[in-house]
Ligand binder design. Structure first.
Ligand SMILES: Cc1ncc(COP(=O)(O)O)c(C=O)c1O
Length: 207
């Protein structure tokens, strides 16, 4: 398992795809790397120019058993063959229940638990806020400076960084209060603190 570079980075095929991307895809999604992926296995990512890299991102921590793990590919193929999409709220199916049972088992705590499967982190955050409001009967939500919670309206309101996530998108959701995070890297007195203070001031000015 090693890095194999065959072209300049990004290679010619990646550069061409980036031109097509610029024309056809909205500017919203940014790219941490300028290479286009062709395939990936385990921790190795191969780009469209046949360069191979070691992947330290794993789909931002999502593919945590490695890319295209044989057992995962087999399970996905079998599930797709049985039924590609049903809608649990139309016809429930065992796989949903089985995954919920597994999640409840691994979540710590000796207490009754239930799981809800949703499409994204933002949707999970939105639903967590809804449940907390109903359960507590209270509306206010406290979030922290420097946090990222997603791009939907409540999740975006909770998100700290203004650019690129919030600039010009207000008004935001009410009853959200931001607290400083006990983050030693930006504690007062460190060189990074000035940057943090600047960021917070900008954030407060822009809502
Ligand atoms: C801590 C945290 N919360 C929420 C989200 C939002 O997830 P999604 O992009 O799937 O909506 C992310 C995504 O990176 C995240 O890191």
């Amino acid at each position: 398992m090693m890095i194999k570079l065959k072209t300049a980075i990004p290679g010619p095929k990646s550069r061409k795809l980036m031109e097509r991307r610029a024309k056809a895809v909205a500017r919203g999604p940014f790219h941490a790397t300028p290479i286009f992926l062709a395939r990936a296995k385990g921790a190795v990512v191969e780009d469209v120019d046949s360069n191979e890299f070691l992947d330290f991102a794993a789909g931002i921590g999502v593919v945590n058993v490695g890319h295209a793990a044989d057992a995962v590919v087999k399970a996905v193929a079998e599930a797709a063959e049985r039924c590609l999409h049903a809608g649990f709220n139309v016809t429930p199916y065992e796989g949903y229940v089985e995954l919920a049972e597994g999640l409840c088992e691994v979540v710590p705590g000796d207490l009754p638990k239930k799981a809800l499967l949703v499409n994204s982190g933002a949707e999970a955050v939105e639903n967590a806020v809804k449940l907390a409001r109903v359960f507590t009967g209270r509306q206010a939500v406290v979030c922290f400076d420097h946090g990222f919670h997603g791009r939907t309206y409540m999740a975006m309101t909770l998100t700290s960084k203004v650019k690129p996530y919030k600039l010009g998108f207000g008004p935001f959701c009410p009853e959200v209060f931001r607290a400083p995070f006990p983050y030693a890297y930006r504690w007062p007195g460190t060189p990074q603190a000035a940057q943090g203070v600047l960021h917070t001031a900008r954030h407060r000015a822009r809502g």
